[in-house]
Design a protein around this ligand. Structure first.
Ligand code: SAH
Ligand code: SF4
Ligand code: F3S
Length: 459
C-alpha cells in the first residue's frame, strides 16, 4: 500500500480466479499499471479499469466470468450515467481459450488479453481507448513478458515468483497446455534478481511457481561451471540469499521429480517440508487414459523415496473423480492409494469436460450422480487424513512465519512449515518474523497456539 496520489488519479480493480500463477500475474499487472497512474480500487464499481484474470480449468470456473461480466455491465451503465467511464478487460486463461468469442458473447468487454500478453497492457489500454470494438491480444511471448515486467513490489513477508510457465504434458483432461502454451523456464539471473529484490523488502518466504515447476531447467549463472541446473540446484542457490528463510515450490509433476530435487529436499533446511504432488487417480487404466505417463505404483514408490530423504515431509495432492471410463473398481483404487499415501491436504474435483481436450471426446463419460457420489466418498477420506494430520501437531512447537494481523486484537496469523494457518497472540512487531509456536488447538481450517517461552526447544 502506498499513500502517494496517482499521477492521473485513475483506479483499477483486478479480480483473480484460478491458480497461484494467476495470483502472481495479477500482482504483476498491478505493478505495471501503478506507474501509469492506476491506484487499486476497493470495489469494481468504483474502478476506471476492471480486469478479470480468469481460469478455464473447469466449466464452473470459466462460467463465473460471464456472470461477473453481467454484473459489470450494470456497473458500467451506472458509471456512464454519472459521466464516468469503465474499461473492462478479460485476462488469463479464458481469454486465451475463447479469444474473440468473449467479446461476441459479452460486448461490454473492451479488451481480451491472454496470460502471456499482459506486459503489453499499457499499449493495449491506449489501443482500447481509440478502438470501437474490443482489442484482442493472445500471442505467446513468455520470455518477452517477463523481460518487460515492472519492478517487483512486495506485499507481506511471503511472495510468489513464477519460474516456469506452460505445459508439454497434455493430460487428456486438461486445458493448460492450450491456454498457457509450451513449457518455458525463466533464466536463473532473472529469478535471483526478483528474489533479492523481494528479500530486500522484507520477504522471508518465496514460493516458486510453475504449472510444472519441477520441469524448470536453466544454465548455471556466469562464472559457475556446473552446467545445466534443475530445480534442486536453483533452490539451493536461492537458499543462499540473505533474508530468504523459506523456499517452497508448486506444482510438481511426478515425472519430473528427479533425484537432485529429492536430495535438495532432504538436505536444504530452507526448503519447507511440504510437497504438492498431484496424482489425479489410483488406477493404472485411468492414469493411462489420462496420459499421466506413470503408474500408481511408480507414484507410491516416489513418495516413499521422498519420505526417506525428508521424513517429516507433508504430502498434498490433486484428484479427479469420474474421468471417462472410470469404473467403481478404478475409483476404489484411488481410495486405496489415498490410504497408502496419507495426504496432509488435498484438492479433489469432479471431472469437467473441457472443449478441445481429448477427454471431452471420449466415450463412456461418467454420470454426474456417480461423480457426486465418488467425490463425497473421496473427500470424506481426505478430510479424515487432513484432520488427523492437523491434530498430530498439538503439543509440538512449529516455527511460524507471521504474515498478517488475526481477527482478534493482539493476534497474528502465520504459516507453519506444512502450510497450515496458525493463530497466536503476538505483538505486531513480530510480523514478518519466524518464531516457534506451541500448538494447543485445532479448528477446521487453522491451528491455534502460544508463542513458545524463551529457552524452550522448537522441536
Ligand atoms: N499442473 C498441475 C495442475 C494444473 S490444474 C498438475 O499437473 O498437477 C490443477 C488441478 O485441476 C489438476 O491437478 C486437476 O486435479 C484439476 N483439473 C484439471 N483439469 C480438470 C478437469 N477437466 N476437470 C476436473 N479437474 C481438473
Ligand atoms: Fe494439466 Fe497435466 Fe499439464 Fe498439469 S501436467 S498442467 S494437469 S496437462
Ligand atoms: Fe486456471 Fe489457467 Fe491456472 S486454467 S488453474 S488459471 S493455468
Amino acid at each position: 500500500m502506498t499513500e502517494t496520489r496517482p499521477k492521473q488519479g485513475k483506479s483499477v480493480f483486478i479480480r483473480t480466479y484460478g491458480c497461484q500463477m494467476n495470483v502472481y500475474d495479477s500482482e504483476r499487472m498491478a505493478d505495471l499499471l501503478k506507474p501509469m497512474g492506476y491506484a487499486p480500487a476497493s470495489a469494481p464499481d468504483d474502478a476506471d479499469l476492471v480486469i478479470l484474470n480468469t481460469c478455464h480449468i473447469r466449466e464452473k470456473a470459466a462460467e463465473k466470468v460471464y456472470s461477473e461480466l453481467g454484473r459489470l455491465k450494470k456497473a458500467k451503465a451506472r458509471r456512464a450515467d454519472a459521466g464516468a467511464d469503465m474499461t473492462i478487460a478479460v485476462a488469463g486463461c479464458v481469454a486465451q481459450a475463447e479469444g474473440a468469442e468473449i467479446s461476441a458473447r459479452a460486448p461490454v468487454v473492451d479488451m481480451v488479453i491472454g496470460p502471456q500478453a499482459y506486459h503489453r497492457l499499457p499499449e493495449l489500454l491506449a489501443r482500447a481507448a481509440r478502438s470501437r470494438g474490443a482489442v484482442l491480444e493472445t500471442d505467446f511471448a513468455v520470455e518477452e513478458k517477463f523481460d518487460r515486467l515492472a519492478a517487483r513490489e512486495a506485499d507481506g513477508p511471503a511472495a510468489f515468483i513464477t519460474v516456469q510457465e506452460g505445459c508439454d504434458k497434455f493430460c487428456t483432461f486438461c486445458v493448460v497446455p492450450y491456454t498457457r502454451g509450451a513449457e518455458v523456464s525463466r533464466p536463473v539471473d532473472a529469478i535471483v534478481g526478483e528474489a533479492r529484490a523481494l528479500a530486500a523488502q522484507g520477504v522471508r518466504e518465496v514460493t516458486l511457481l510453475g504449472q510444472n515447476v519441477n520441469a524448470w531447467s536453466g544454465a548455471a549463472p556466469a562464472g559457475d561451471n556446473s552446467g545445466d541446473w534443475r530445480l534442486g540446484e536453483l533452490c539451493r542457490h536461492l537458499a543462499k540469499i540473505d533474508g530468504i528463510e523459506r523456499i517452497r515450490f508448486t506444482t510438481s509433476h511426478p515425472r519430473d521429480m528427479d533425484d537432485g530435487l529429492i536430495a535438495a529436499l532432504g538436505e536444504e533446511e530452507k526448503l519447507m517440508p511440504y510437497l504438492h504432488l498431484p496424482v489425479q487417480a489410483g488406477s493404472d487404466g485411468v492414469l493411462k487414459a489420462m496420459n499421466r505417463g506413470h503408474t500408481a505404483e511408480h507414484y507410491v514408490r516416489l513418495i516413499e523415496k521422498i519420505r526417506a530423504a525428508r521424513p517429516d515431509i507433508a504430502i498434498s495432492g490433486d484428484f479427479i473423480v469420474g474421468f471417462p471410463g472410470e469404473t467403481n473398481e478404478d475409483f476404489e483404487e484411488t481410495l486405496a492409494l489415498v490410504e497408502t499415501v496419507n495426504y496432509a491436504s488435498a484438492y479433489s474435483f469432479k471431472y469437467s469436460r473441457r472443449p478441445g481436450t481429448p477427454g471431452a471426446a471420449m466415450r463412456k463419460q461418467v454420470a454426474e450422480a456417480e461423480k457426486d457420489d465418488r467425490l463425497a466418498r473421496l473427500q470424506a477420506l481426505l478430510e479424515r487424513h487432513r484432520t488427523d494430520f492437523n491434530a498430530a501437531q498439538i503439543g509440538r512447537a512449529l516455527p511460524v512465519l507471521f504474515e498478517k494481523p488475526g481477527r482478534h486484537p493482539g493476534q497474528l496469523v502465520g504459516r507453519s512449515p506444512y502450510l497450515q494457518s496458525v493463530h497466536a497472540n503476538a505483538p505486531d512487531s513480530m510480523l514478518g518474523q519466524i518464531a516457534p509456536v506451541r500448538i494447543e488447538g485445532v479448528t477446521p481450517n487453522a491451528l491455534a497456539g502460544a508463542l513458545n517461552d524463551e529457552g524452550e526447544d522448537a522441536a
